[in-house]
Design a protein around this ligand. Structure first.
Ligand code: ZN
Length: 304
């Protein structure tokens, strides 16, 4: 991805250098199966990109009809083919890289919202190291992976996760890293369109299985939105050869079936919360090839 020298978002909160977690959280970033709700007060959960079960969050009803967003289109062409894809972004450059990706998501979603007569209010992206407290979704730490917290409308990311993505999940490359961010920002878009608040409001009356099925639709829509962002990045001439493959590979590597087979040797579909590898790739691709939020309606799709 050709990101150097691009404008960076001002909505980045760098919490590195603050107190580190008291043991047990260091290093490479793990892969939790489940994150328990906090008791008392606002119970919250993050919407992590990998296998994190979405927990109860009382979303804010914004009165925005999701269907209002279904008409935005972006014209886009195929990815340019001139330069080889770069590797993962070095740690020193990571904050800048995140800033550029987030800025590009802001440009995209500001445009799409505006096309629909709406205003895009961007989330803050918190970069942390060790652990940090989120607003309503408990403590974020290296083992949770990146997630979006509807309670404070912030995306949390420990940059060590990118090393995990590369080494443990076999998803190297800067565009794999960008995809992860674009997916989490996609959850913020869902918060603004009412998709997330509706899900969170419904959760108490859903069985686990029903909630999982609903979660998969939410997650695949966020993958589709990440694909739209990739199309936008192409339009902005940021793509290098191999970038889209990096994102597709990442989407595939963190599919529920792949993760479960890796962890326990077999997959249990009714426990899926994010979708299979094939589904995640398909919905990213749908967003990328259509560049149209209307193509991301996982809720009325006959087939996921
Ligand atoms: Zn997600």
């Amino acid at each position: 991805m050709k990101w150097r020298g691009r404008k960076r978002s001002s909505h980045i909160e760098d919490r590195r250098g603050q107190r580190r977690g008291g043991g047990g959280f260091g290093g490479g970033g793990g892969m939790p199966r489940l994150r328990m709700p906090r008791s008392g007060g606002a119970r919250g959960g993050g919407l992590g990109i990998v296998g994190l079960i979405i927990l109860l969050v009382v979303g804010m009803a914004l009165g925005v009809d999701p269907s209002q967003l279904l008409n935005g289109t972006l014209s886009t062409g195929p990815a340019p083919r001139q330069a080889p894809s770069s590797g993962p972004v070095a740690t020193d450059d990571m904050t800048k890289f995140v800033g550029v990706v987030v800025q590009e998501t802001e440009d995209l979603w500001t445009e799409v919202f505006s096309q629909n007569g709406l205003t895009y209010d961007p989330p803050t992206v918190v970069i942390f190291s060790g652990q940090t407290r989120s607003g309503g979704c408990g403590v974020a730490n290296a083992s949770t992976g990146p997630f979006y917290c509807p309670g404070d409308r912030k995306v949390y990311i420990d940059l060590d996760f990118y090393e995990t993505l590369r080494r443990r999940f076999g998803a190297p490359g800067d565009f794999a890293q960008a995809y992860v961010l674009a997916h989490e920002i996609g959850h913020h878009v869902q918060q603004l369109t009412g998709v997330l608040p509706e899900f969170n409001a419904a959760r108490p009356r859903l069985s686990t299985e029903e909630a999982n099925a609903w979660s998969v639709k939410v997650e695949l829509q966020a993958d589709c939105y990440a694909g739209i962002w990739a199309a936008f990045a192409g339009q902005e001439n940021l793509l290098e050869r191999g970038d889209i493959d990096e994102a597709l590979n990442a989407a595939s590597q963190i599919g529920d079936d792949s993760l479960q087979k890796q962890a326990q040797g077999f997959a249990v579909p009714k426990t899926f919360t994010h979708g299979t590898s094939a589904q995640r790739k398909r919905w990213f691709e749908k967003g990328y090839s259509s560049a149209n939020v209307g193509a991301c309606d996982t809720f009325s799709a006959a087939r996921l």
